[in-house]
Ligand binder design. Structure first.
Ligand code: NAP
Length: 198
């Protein structure tokens, strides 16, 4: 675990992780001068009723493979190993305890962040971490929402790539080359992930 200096906590389903996520983490780390970014794949997301996610262990493995080459990046099993719904507040408490001397920046999609007031113990989240919302080009940043006051929003051109598009391409037997790291592409095919249309 990294310690000392400001640290990014990159939360998301990562279903699958793609080059947009990696570019976003790298950009935010550069702009906010973070010493490290910990990716935290969500174990059992609480507001995900619409579709089944890939197995947590597969999403975790793909995240490890994708981040292995960058010394700033690491991956946490905190949410994968914790039973019950993955609440961000629990994750931040555990990380704050382990990384006592570090300032935490919780990084996720700006659209995910827009609903943060509905998250479990939201007030405590904003006390434990600075919020960073990353957005795709053409997506308006939610400047008019109350969360905007306590969050930093960053536009990431590479986030034009989306996990939804990648899953749809696989189900339609279209290429995902260059949208995910090559080793993640191989993992997806080897484990026959995302073959069914949603
Ligand atoms: P998601 O479905 O994975 O993503 C929602 C949107 O944000 C998608 O457009 C997604 O792009 C993008 N996104 C997600 N994570 C990103 C990241 N780290 N960097 C860049 N873009 C990202 O979102 P989610 O899993 O629901 O929630 C995101 C995070 O918020 C998770 O860590 C989750 O645990 C936390 N959360 C916590 C609570 C709570 O504690 N009650 C409630 C809601 C969310 P792609 O589809 O391309 O990935």
């Amino acid at each position: 675990m990294p310690s000392g200096g400001p640290i990014g906590v990159m939360g998301g389903s990562f279903d699958p992780i793609h080059v947009g996520h990696l570019l976003a983490a790298s950009e935010v780390a550069d702009r906010l001068e973070l010493s490290a970014v910990i990716f935290v794949p969500a174990g059992q997301p609480w507001q995900k009723s619409r579709r089944e996610l890939a197995a947590a262990e597969d999403r975790y493995a793909m995240t490890v493979i994708a981040t292995a080459g960058d010394p700033r990046f690491s991956v946490s099993r905190l949410e994968i190993d914790r039973p019950g719904p993955s609440y961000t507040i629990d994750t931040l408490h555990m990380l704050a305890e382990t990384l006592a001397s570090s300032t935490l920046y919780f990084i996720t999609g700006a659209d995910a962040l827009a609903g943060i007031e509905t998250w479990y113990r939201y007030e405590e989240i904003v006390e434990l971490a600075h919020l960073v919302g990353v957005s795709r080009p053409g997506h308006a940043l939610p400047n008019d929402q109350p969360v905007a006051a306590s969050a930093t929003f960053v536009d990431i051109p590479g986030l034009a790539v989306s996990a939804t598009d990648i899953r749809e391409r696989i189900a339609a037997h279209r290429s995902i080359r260059y949208l995910v790291p090559t080793a993640v592409e191989s993992y997806i095919y080897k484990h026959e992930l995302y073959r069914e249309a949603e």
